[in-house]
Ligand binder design. Structure first.
Ligand code: SF4
Length: 531
């Protein structure tokens, strides 16, 4: 094992405050892995929450590993845990939290580098169990079903106890017995035991029961200067394209007291608080929260804001406490398209929001999607017209972030096609040219990457086999790997007919319905849903 890799892991560990370093003796070692960089992984509340909650269970010891620490790895770079610098292959369990489909490539590469057999059926008693979780793999577990020993559908907190017990007892049970026991836990999908029966998504009813925030101060993380605190989970709005809005239903909030207590007990070296939620301005007592945190002397930051309601007190607190940039997401340029996607905001709302933030932040980011179903050329013109009107009002830096629409499982638009590359490229280049004229910076996701994401988001086990067959798993080589498996990108991205079964049909997202929310059922390609 390269000494340099051990030294780098030690260096990163030494830069942190709060990691739990324990002897493995008498405990079942879990390698909690994040299939992306340390900087991104340590900015994910999922990693902080899992580290905290799993380490608190009896009989387990949890250590973290990342796809890379300081620089992109080579194919033979070992994957070491930070805490004890041991290979993840030495752990009894490799648990991966996957937020984005594109990280599937990194996950496969990590297992290859650690010399862990990629397919669950090829692993035996001496190999770790591979457990997966996170919104992407949970919504459609099929592409990674050949790789996973078990995949958690939904949130972990409701099953922490039974899961912890099964893992702690791995030392006295065979691998087959452990898989049987995992398959009996609600919400766990064990591909080798699954016969098509429904698996119900798990969700935590009372967020206060599990405070979730920064567990380790990691100055080298992207948001290493923030004490991250989860405000709420889910979203009461029903944008038709949005997985987060559907998957985390129903909308749940932490109590104000529990948030304030968490902030007070947080790391004393962090004076900036990052409020994490789908839309911080939706929090019921947002004004009180913002003003109290400000009075307590904290600087504030939020992961995202909705344009309506915008919560002036929160905007005020963000500006006063030093936030330099603010992000708004109109998603579409025209009123017609915003109504179709159910964004619930008007042209006037966007301009009013711009008036509210102008002069108070150095930078305004605007998020838009292209390639939305039923999008026409005029909708692209209207993006530019809207950006122009925002530009007239907001005189400092304006940045447009552009992503192609990717249909996601469990959304009403799960059967919609993805726009072909030439259409997306042409629309992107018109927007690029228009933004240049408006002196607005444009940052766009590559069309090819969005298409790969689209295939993985709706793929089945054959797509997963193509991924596992890649010797050097990278998005750029995926189309070729699909072709080798007899699959085509074009067919994978096409509309799914109403009668066509979907790979994730057995995943059930039943949740108490909020009367404000719109229906969850899928709508056929080419037609709006009429809920
Ligand atoms: S407001 Fe819409 S896009 Fe934002 S999280 Fe909620 S459903 Fe998703």
């Amino acid at each position: 094992m390269a000494w340099r890799d051990i030294e780098i892991a030690r260096e990163f560990l030494a830069s942190e405050t709060g990691p739990i370093v324990r002897d493995w003796g008498g405990r079942v070692p879990i390698a909690l892995i994040y299939a992306n960089s340390y900087a991104v992984g340590m900015s994910s509340l999922a990693i902080h929450g899992l580290y905290q909650h799993l380490n608190a269970l009896p009989g387990l010891v949890v250590e973290r590993a990342f796809a890379w620490l300081d620089r992109r790895p080579r194919a033979n770079t070992p994957v070491l845990t930070l805490e004890s610098q041991q290979s993840i292959a030495e752990a009894a369990v490799v648990a991966a939290s996957l937020s984005f489909e594109m990280d599937y490539f990194n996950l496969v590469a990590m297992l290859r580098r650690a010399q862990i057999p990629l397919r669950a059926e090829e692993r035996d008693e001496g190999d770790p169990l591979v457990l997966l979780g996170g919104p992407a793999v949970s919504a459609n577990p099929m592409p990674l079903s050949p790789l996973a020993d078990a995949t958690l559908i939904g949130e972990i907190e409701p099953i922490l106890e039974p899961l912890g017990q099964v893992l702690a007892e791995m030392v006295i049970h065979s691998r087959e017995e452990t898989l049987d026991a995992l398959a009996r836990i609600p919400g766990l999908y064990v591909p080798q035991r699954h016969r098509g029966e429904p698996v119900l998504r798990q969700h935590l009813a009372n967020l206060d029961a599990y405070p979730t925030g920064t567990a380790i101060v990691a100055p080298r993380a992207e948001f290493g200067d923030l004490h991250l605190v989860e405000l709420s989970r889910g979203c009461g709005h029903g944008c038709r394209f949005c997985l987060a809005g559907r998957w985390y239903r129903p909308y749940r909030e932490r109590s104000l007291d529990s948030i304030l207590e968490q902030v007070q007990q947080g790391p004393p070296e962090l004076s900036r608080v990052g409020l994490v939620s789908a839309a911080a301005s939706d929090y019921t007592r947002v004004d009180e929260l913002a003003s109290t945190l400000q009075e307590m002397g904290y600087e504030l930051s939020v992961s995202s804001l909705r344009i309506r309601p915008l919560a002036p007190a929160l905007v005020d607190a963000l500006a006063r406490t030093g936030s330099r940039s603010i992000t708004l997401a109109p998603e579409a340029g025209s009123e017609r398209l915003r109504q179709l996607i159910r964004k619930g905001i008007t042209h006037d709302d966007i301009l009013q929001a711009t008036e509210l933030v102008k002069g108070r932040f150095a930078s305004l980011k605007l998020y838009f999607m292209i390639g939305l179903p039923m999008e026409e050329d005029e909708d692209i013109d209207e993006i530019l017209s809207l950006v122009g009107q925002v530009r007239e009002r907001f005189e400092r830096q304006v940045v447009v972030n552009l992503t192609p629409f990717v249909p996601k499982a469990h959304t009403p638009w799960e059967r919609m096609p993805m726009a072909p590359a030439p259409v997306l490229e042409e629309r992107m280049s018109r927007l690029r040219e228009g933004c240049r004229r408006l002196r607005v910076e444009l940052r766009a996701e590559a069309v090819s990457a969005a298409h790969v994401q689209g295939v993985l988001a709706r793929g089945d086990a054959r797509v997963g086999e193509a991924l596992l067959n890649m010797r050097n798993p990278t998005p750029g080589r995926f189309e070729r790997a699909l072709a080798d498996a007899g699959l085509s990108m074009e067919e994978e991205l096409a509309a799914r007919e109403p009668e066509e079964p979907l790979p994730w049909d057995w995943v059930r997202v039943v949740a108490p319905r909020d009367p404000r929310e719109t229906a969850i059922q899928s709508c056929p390609p080419g037609e709006p849903d009429h809920d």
